[in-house]
Design a protein around this ligand. Sequence first.
Ligand SMILES: NC(=O)c1ccc[n+]([C@@H]2O[C@H](COP(=O)([O-])OP(=O)(O)OC[C@H]3O[C@@H](n4cnc5c(N)ncnc54)[C@H](O)[C@@H]3O)[C@@H](O)[C@H]2O)c1
Length: 460
Amino acid sequence: MNKRSVFLLAVLVFFCFGFAEAGNVIKTKVPKREKSQTDVLELRCDPIPVVRVAFIGLGMRGPGAVNRMTNIDGVEIVALCDVEQDRVEKVNAMLEKKGFPKAKEFYGTTEAWREVTKLPNVDLVYVATDWAHHAVIGVQAMKDGKHVAIEVPAAMTLQEIWDLINTSEKTRKHCMQLENCVYDFFELTTLNMAQNGVFGEILHTEGAYIHNLEPFWNTYWKNWRLEYNIAHHGDLYPTHGLGPVCQALNMHRGDRMRYLVSMATKTVCIPEFIKKTTGRDVSKEFQNGDHTITLIKTEKGKTINIQHNVATPRPYNRMYQLTGTKGFANKYPVQGYAIEGGQLSKDIVKNHEDLSGHSFVSEKVKAALMEKYKFPFQRQIEDKAKTVGGHGGMDFIMDYRMIYCLQRGLPLDMDVYDLAEWCCLIPLSEISLKHSSAAVEVPDFTRGAWDKLDGLHFAE
Ligand SMILES: NC(=O)c1ccc[n+]([C@@H]2O[C@H](COP(=O)([O-])OP(=O)(O)OC[C@H]3O[C@@H](n4cnc5c(N)ncnc54)[C@H](O)[C@@H]3O)[C@@H](O)[C@H]2O)c1
């Protein structure tokens, strides 16, 4: 192929698929922002004293969200929707049993939700369907004048990500991804420690979704999750790992992801499982590797390591690791902190064979740090969160914070650019893997406003 043909091919690929190879980094397309649009950083909307919520998707995840919302003052559950009638009726029965009015029911087809986003008496649409329906419902809900909260990952492709951003910017509606892991107690406290400089400057971070899904594969509606892993290559579930570390690194609030590279192992475990349990041979068509690693470089010279493995028999692990110039935090498999100074006695420094000098702080010091650095809102609601539950309470804190901010017209803790950054690993890791782990540019989803804000501040 001559140079002209290569150029024309690159232009064609760029316009058809949103990326093109240039130099040693594969460029990604940033669509032009329409003149009427501005960014939605720290978006404030009219306060909604009583938030009327419609739920779409009531499989394994949705009903728990409905239950959590019944524990938050100033919330009305007005509509319930799922393809399956019995799932809607079961959740409505739960509402009635708890003494709440029955919600309006929608079911029967994958398009039944279209009547829900149109309802005039809804402020917030809460989406917990399979991945294929997240973005399309989110976009329409905003167009129909609703705020939207979407389960993880909220978007699977660059097109879906940009559609959600553009719609949020045009409609001035909140579009929040329901990333619960940023509210887990260790991550929240550690974020506050990071914001108070306990770890110095954070240089390197790690996060992961390592969860053997073998016991769950057959429990998803129409097998959607397994089919997605059969059809796609890449980190398909990056947000639990990325969310907490991106917050600690102030992503699009002073720094931004510039490019990434991904590498994956071959595929073994899931096709074997499918063959064993159903007799179906997917070994030739199965796309995803068992273990995927993505490395990301940021504008300010930081690095992020994100891993995905839903295939092999390993203990659950989200890694969550912060490496700073003055300290270190780690959640899995050992939860703890190491802080400069406090650890290294003179003797230990002299004797570099003694590795205990590099250990975590004692459990007593850790407990004191975790008590000192709780966010005020965490202190206020952690007991209730533990009682209501949802992954030990973090799910409740997520819902509580979203409703708290909506009721007061405050910016939400997570905006549509967080959603974009945490989901973009799905399509970008796939591009990198298809090009022998080539570097892929991460688009600036704020379109030039990534250093407008000075860090992440939870609204009070
Ligand atoms: N944040 C977390 O910790 C967490 C945990 C589990 C699942 N999730 C996410 O929650 C979502 C749901 O997962 P799940 O485990 O409940 O899956 P599921 O298969 O059990 O439930 C999905 C439900 O969506 C319904 N549905 C599908 N298309 C629909 C449509 N067009 N309109 C209305 N309903 C529709 C299905 O009938 C089903 O009841 C997924 O995005 C998943 O990634 C997040």
